[in-house]
Design a protein around this ligand. Structure first.
Ligand code: CA
Ligand code: CA
Ligand code: CA
Length: 239
C-alpha cells in the first residue's frame, strides 16, 4: 500500500470511529411505565380496611383481588393482573406494588407466591417484605427488579402477574406489631392500591440521525481524498 492509499485508509477509519461513537450515543435508553390503579396512599400510612375499600371503589386493580380475612377461619389475600405494553426487547424492568395489611412483621413469611408467567419472584419480594414495613394495617410500597433471565418473557408485551399471601397475620392497633396468630392455616387479609411496571429499552438510532451521519461520512471522505492527493502530488521544482 502506497502512502496515498494508507492516508485515505487512516482517515476513513477515523471517520467510521466517529460514526460508531455517534450511533452509540444516539441510542439513549428510554423508559416505559404501565400502572394499574390510582395511587391513593403514601408509604408508611395506617389504613383502615373500610376506608381502603371506599377509596379503591372503581379502581381497576380492585377487580382482581380476593381481599381475604385475618385470623382464625380467615382467608388469604390473592390477586391477579395483566400488564399490556409495546412488544419489543427490554434490557431492564421493575415491578412495584402498594399494599396494606400484609402483616410481614408477624413471624415467618407472609408471602406464599409472587411472580409472572412462569417466573417465580417470591423470594425477591419476600426479602423486601421482611426488610421493613408490614405492621398492623400499614401501607407500604415495594419494588422488585425483574431478573435478567426473565426479561425475554416481556418481549411479547403481555405479562400475567399473581400474588398470594399466607398467615400468620397481625391484629391489634394500627402501626403496631400487635399480637399475631401462630397457626399457618390462619388467614392473612390485605389490599393492593396500585401496581406499576417500569421497562427500559434501547431504541434504534432514528432515520434522521443516520441520514446526517451518512452525509458527514460522504463529505468528509471526499475532502480527505482531495487533501491526500494534493499532499502526494509530485511537485515541479525549478531553480
Ligand atoms: Ca414476617
Ligand atoms: Ca392482614
Ligand atoms: Ca388505588
Amino acid at each position: 500500500m502506497n502512502g496515498f492509499a494508507m492516508a485515505v485508509c487512516v482517515n476513513q477509519l477515523r471517520l467510521f470511529s466517529v460514526v460508531f461513537f455517534c450511533m452509540s450515543n444516539c441510542a439513549v435508553a428510554t423508559a416505559i411505565s404501565v400502572q394499574i390503579g390510582e395511587t391513593n396512599y403514601e408509604d408508611g400510612n395506617a389504613v383502615e380496611p373500610r376506608y381502603f375499600l371506599s377509596t379503591e371503589f372503581g379502581d381497576p386493580i380492585q377487580l382482581s383481588q380476593n381481599f381475604g380475612v385475618d385470623g382464625r377461619s380467615g382467608r388469604d389475600f390473592s390477586a391477579e393482573w395483566s400488564f399490556r405494553f409495546d412488544a419489543m426487547d427490554y434490557i431492564a424492568a421493575t415491578v412495584t406494588l402498594g399494599i396494606f395489611d400484609h402483616d410481614s412483621q408477624a413471624a415467618g413469611s407472609q408471602l406464599d407466591y409472587f411472580g409472572f408467567d412462569d417466573n417465580d419472584l417470591t423470594d425477591l419480594l419476600n426479602v423486601e417484605f421482611e426488610s421493613y414495613g408490614g405492621r398492623q394495617g400499614e401501607y407500604n410500597v415495594y419494588s422488585v427488579g425483574i431478573p435478567a433471565y426473565a426479561l425475554k418473557e416481556l418481549a411479547d408485551g403481555n405479562t400475567e402477574f399473581r400474588i398470594a399471601l399466607q398467615g400468620p397475620s397481625l391484629s391489634g392497633d394500627a402501626l403496631t406489631v400487635g399480637k399475631y396468630f401462630f397457626l399457618s392455616q390462619e388467614g392473612n387479609a390485605a389490599g393492593i392500591d396500585y401496581v406499576l411496571l417500569t421497562l427500559s429499552t434501547i431504541p434504534e438510532p432514528d432515520t434522521l440521525h443516520l441520514a446526517m451521519l451518512a452525509s458527514v461520512v460522504f463529505h468528509r471522505s471526499r475532502r480527505s481524498v482531495r487533501l491526500s492527493r494534493r499532499k502526494h502530488r509530485p511537485t515541479d521544482e525549478t531553480g
